[in-house]
Each structure stands twice: as C-alpha cells, then as structure tokens.
Design a protein around this ligand. Structure first.
Ligand code: LMR
Length: 398
C-alpha cells in the first residue's frame, strides 16, 4: 500500500510559515501568512471576544450546532454585509450555512456550483489568493481567469478587467474580492465597482464575493462592504463567503458563512436544503464555540460597538505601518517609486519584489514573505520597520 503516494507540493503561503519557524535567527520577521499581529508582533485576542467568552461560559454546546443557531449566524453575517436594515433580511430573500471559515464557504459554494451548473467555470482574478485555485479545482469546476492587477502601475488593470467581463460567455460565475484584495491590496474605486456591476447585469454574470477583511481595509465595516451593496442595489443575486478569522481574530475557530441571495423565501429554503446536504456529506456540521462568540458579539450592541473600535485599531495600525515603511524607504534614498505601499489597502502590500529578491531577503535578512512579493503588513511593527525598509532597499537598489 501507498507506494503510489508521493509528497504533495508545498503550499505557497503555509510553506513560508514553516520556513520562518525553522529559522533560529533573532532578526527573523514573518510577513507571509495574513494573520494580524499587534505592534509587539504578538497575536491579539480582542476584548470583545473575551467579553463574549465570559458571557457564553456555561452554555451547553456539546451537541452539534442546532439549525436555529446556524440560521442566526447566517442572518447576523448577512446583516453585516448588506446592512442591518437590509430589505433582503426583511423579505427573507437570503439563505446560507455556517461554514468552516472563508475556505469552507468557498468550497461549499464550489460544490454547489458544480452540482447545479456542471457546465460552468469560475473566473478568478489574476492574481488571487492561491487557495482559490485549489478550492475550485478540488470541486472539479474548471478555472478561467480575468485581468485584475497591472504590474507597471501596481494598481488595477481596469480596462482589461472590463474587457474580460464583456467577453466572458453570458451567465458566467466570477469571484470578486470586495475589499482589501488578496494578494495585491488593490481595490476598484466606488465608480469602477458601479461599472463592473452594470456590466455584470448586461451579461447576466453571477458575482461571488469572498470577503475576509471587512473593516480591515478602511477601519469602517460599512465602507468596506460598499462593493457588495452596490451589486445588491443593482439587483444581483449574490453569493458571499465570509470569514471571521481575521476580522475577529478567531483564526483557529474556523467561523465563516456562505450566503446566497434568492428571488423569494421559497427558493431560499430549497437552496439551504441543498447546501445542508452537501455539507453533511463533506464534514457534517461545523464547530459551535466560535459561532456562539460571533453571534454573541454581533447580537449585543455594546460588544458590537467594542468590536468596531477594535477593528479600527487593527486597520489603523496597518495603515500607520504602510506610511512608516514608505517613509523609511524614502529616507534611505531609494530611487524606486514606493507609492503603492500607501495606495494599496488592507493586510497585504504587493511590493513588486521579484522571487529572486524575496529569496535574498530570506538568505541575508531572515525576512519571510510569499515568493510573489506579497508582504503581510500585519507582521510589520514600529520596531522592525526600519530593518525591513533597509533590507528591501538593499535587495532592490541595483
Ligand atoms: C493568507 O492569504 O495568508 C491568509 O488568507 C491565510 C491563508 O490561509 O492562506
């Protein structure tokens, strides 16, 4: 047995964490995985999470998640994305399931897509989170790509993106990042989102949003949901994967949500029953504890307000580190243009460093990032920012 099994290729993001852990240098910095750290480089447990934990302690949650609890999480998540007074909640034109974080939500949707639209493809932006490719491939949905990032401007390749949307066959499925695009940190403007939404309507495309960073781009939850709300105003039936890993610091709890809008409540009920059947065959039901934490925070006005403040603290620290890194590179006299560091938003900066330069950063400076030059800004601190700027300057000056 098992002679035929060779080692799998390394994951481009998780392999960075492994290499970082194996490095014994005191200088080492991990800018690989997108996980928030405070200015001391430490993981953060939010105050609102601690308060929610105290509130639910003693709750009996050893049974698997009741349908009512899952429904509540979906409704809370939908309100977060579409607004607390959204008509879709009043009219019950949504459905969904608690999912195993954003990854699980994407996978559940990919399975659903293949089951009901077996001839369809998924269009992914170039580039996108590397795992999006794995997820749709594993669900046996063929992947096509659309233009997104322009390496010269280090910004959005809007004209090519619009062409790809226009040229895709009618009724295509597209994956979109509504804010803090991973890995580039490049988001369309509000006006550009309106044009994209309009073109989706013209072509009857289906928008599937993967939102893992709501609040972490601008510090404002409503503002970071604007793209999805524009699509909703335009009457799209939207699919949405949400993760609470980063925005509530619940990484290990795997709390997420897959929601899908429907034309009416009857359709919503049918979609939910199909999703339940798919989930039942893949993993049964998701863990309960994290979901109770999320619902407790979102359902308590004081805890929700505290959470909003804490999201803003995280977003503001990242924004400050962008400015500090930019300033430091300028002070060092780098003749390259680093404006994209502050123009891009969210947890990631797509630095433009080449794979060779990234290698050199590891070898000479013990600085780790993915080989596409993506920097997790969450790993940058007041203490390490000048060391990082100096290292980037050294590998990019010739
Ligand atoms: C990332 O892009 O680093 C995060 O989404 C974490 C992950 O699981 O890849």
């Amino acid at each position: 047995w098992w002679e035929r099994v060779g080692p799998a290729p390394k994951d481009p993001i998780l392999a960075v964490s492994e290499a970082f852990i194996a490095d014994s240098s005191p200088l080492k910095i991990n800018l690989g995985v997108g996980a928030y750290r405070d200015d001391e480089g430490k993981p953060v447990i939010l105050q609102c999470v601690r308060a929610a934990e105290a509130k639910i302690s003693g709750t009996q949650f050893l049974e698997s998640l009741s349908s009512a609890a899952s429904t509540k999480l979906v409704e809370d998540s939908v309100r977060l994305v579409y607004g607390k007074d959204s008509d879709i909640v009043k009219e019950r034109r949504f459905t969904g399931l608690q999912a195993l974080s954003g990854t699980g939500a994407c996978r559940l949707f990919a399975e659903f897509q293949r089951h009901f639209y077996p001839e369809s493809h998924i269009y992914l932006p170039v580039p996108t989170w590397s795992n999006h490719h794995n997820i749709w491939r594993a669900a046996q949905v063929p992947v096509r790509t659309f233009h997104y990032y322009h390496p010269d401007s280090k910004g959005l390749h809007f004209a090519a993106l619009m062409d790809d949307i226009k040229n895709a066959p009618e009724h295509s499925f597209f994956l979109l990042h509504p804010c803090a695009h991973n890995p580039t940190g490049v988001d369309p403007t509000e006006e550009q989102w309106r044009e994209i939404s309009h073109q989706f309507k013209v072509k009857n495309h289906f928008p599937f949003f993967d939102t893992a960073y709501q609040g972490l781009a601008s510090g404002d939850l409503d503002r970071d949901a604007k793209a999805i709300r524009i699509f909703h105003e335009d009457g799209h039936l939207i699919g949405c994967a949400q993760s609470f890993a980063k925005i509530m610091g619940l990484y290990g709890h795997r709390v997420g949500c897959l929601s899908i809008l429907s034309v009416d409540e009857k359709q919503a009920i049918a979609i939910r029953s199909q999703l339940q059947q798919i989930a039942r065959a893949m993993y049964g039901s998701p863990p309960v504890h994290g979901s109770l934490l999320v619902s407790t925070i979102l359902g308590d006005p004081e805890l929700k307000a505290l959470w909003e403040e804490e999201v803003k603290v995280m977003a503001d620290r990242i924004i400050r580190m962008r400015a500090a890194l930019h300033r430091s590179l300028e002070k060092l006299g780098s003749c390259l243009n680093w404006e994209h560091i502050t123009n891009q938003v969210g947890m990631f900066c797509f630095s433009g460093l080449s794979p060779e330069q990234v290698d050199q950063l590891v070898r000479e400076f013990h600085i780790y990032m993915t080989c596409d030059g993506r920097i997790s800004m969450a790993g940058v601190t007041t203490r390490n920012v000048d060391y990082l700027a100096n290292a980037i300057h050294e590998v990019s000056r010739y």
